[in-house]
Design a protein around this ligand. Structure first.
Ligand code: 3HM
Length: 370
């Protein structure tokens, strides 16, 4: 058990996960969320085995199994032709992002994380302090910047370099109430619908349970009408007429968001006692369905590795050395898949793709793997 103290900037998936993992290892943890409420603004998410193992380590996986679903099939449809890849041995769950966030928030509170909402971090001091917008300086053994792709903590650390790249596509993500037409068991599936002509448009249909459907609606960012929130039902239904009932609902959904595909590669991830996790460290294209999951895995492994070293600096270096190759590979693969739109061809779950999904973190024990 540790007697160390951590200050965490950011109450998203990576920040909450790091907070839970450290608190469970005996750290005192204070977590700062700039919004007045701790909540997620996203739609849905797939969690592959790597994320579930990490969530198992922090005790959250049973709740995911209770509140999420295991889709029956993962199919790809290109111009109406269906491909159904063999995914035996690669388990995955689907859940809404607000529910995943709620489960992590509950676990953070239960683990004793002191959560401060309306508290905005503006930077970190590598000697061990988090700096807040109101001028407060909070000393800590460890400062975690889990403040997203635009991370103020990262940007305040001059020794952390960042390469950013934008890609051609973007995605509107919405959560809709599951309508009657899609109530049947044949819709308990993930179906990745593509059309590539005259330009790429795609609807990733993911069941997130009996009540909701997550729709990832991808288009080139130059297709302005298809990149719009709220969804423009006319342009989407023209391409995917058989999905018109859910597209209508997507058009009326509130809380949707559009994100352009982008990658930020940060090196190194730490400066002294300050470290970045999640999108602040390695935002990636969503093609692998691994953006949030790699952040969750790395956050759990961070707490585990720090437990093996007396010195925080040494622990951070060991952690980065362990997680870097898997993370870089996930970023490179998801960028390649996004650029080439390989998922449109079906059977996109190649051994390279599954390497990320099957990554086993050191923190996993035989019980968590079982
Ligand atoms: C789960 C998932 N998979 C792929 C994409 C994508 O290529 O945009 C998004 C997702 O949420």
């Amino acid at each position: 058990m540790s007697d160390k103290h951590a200050e965490v900037a950011g109450g998203g998936f990576a920040g909450l996960t790091a907070g839970i993992a450290l608190a469970r290892a005996g750290w005192s943890v204070r977590l700062h969320e700039q919004n007045d409420e701790l909540r997620d603004f996203g739609a849905g998410i797939l969690l592959w085995r790597n994320a579930m193992l990490a969530l198992e380590v922090i005790g959250v996986a049973p709740a995911i199994r209770a509140h999420g679903v295991v889709p029956d099939v993962y199919a790809t449809s290109l111009n109406g032709e269906m491909f159904t890849p063999e995914l035996a041995g690669y388990p995955y769950w689907a859940i809404t992002r607000p529910k995943l966030h709620e489960l992590l928030s509950d676990a953070a509170r239960a683990a004793g994380v002191d959560i401060r909402t309306g508290s905005k971090a503006v930077g970190a001091d590598p000697s061990g302090a988090l700096l807040l917008a109101d001028g407060t300086r909070l000393e800590a053994d460890l400062v975690i910047g889990a403040d997203g792709a635009g991370s103020a903590v990262r940007n305040s650390l001059p020794t952390l370099t960042q390469e950013r790249k934008k890609y051609q596509d973007g995605v509107c993500r919405v959560l809709v109430a599951r309508p009657e037409e899609f109530a049947g068991p044949e819709w308990n599936r993930v179906i990745d619908y593509w059309t590539l002509e005259p330009d790429a448009m795609r609807i990733l249909f993911i069941t997130t349970g009996p009540d909701t459907i997550y729709m990832g609606m991808m288009a080139t960012t130059s297709n302005e009408r298809a990149s719009r929130i709220p969804i423009d039902p006319e342009i989407w239904s023209a391409r995917f007429p058989h999905l018109a009932p859910v597209i209508e609902l997507a058009g009326r959904a509130t809380g949707g968001r559009h994100d352009a595909y982008q990658t930020n590669r940060v090196t190194p991830w730490a400066a002294g006692r300050a470290v970045v996790v999640g999108d602040a460290a390695h935002a990636m294209c969503p093609a692998l369905g691994q953006g949030a999951s790699v952040g969750i895995v790395n956050a759990v492994e961070l707490a585990h590795t720090l437990g093996q070293y007396e010195s925080v600096d040494e622990g951070l270096a060991a952690w980065e050395a362990k997680q870097r190759a898997m993370t870089d590979a996930a970023q490179a693969r998801s960028a390649y898949m996004a650029e080439t739109r390989t998922l449109a061809k079906g059977n996109g779950f190649t051994p390279e793709v599954m390497e990320t999904a099957n990554f086993v973190l050191d923190a996993a024990t035989p019980e968590t793997i079982a």
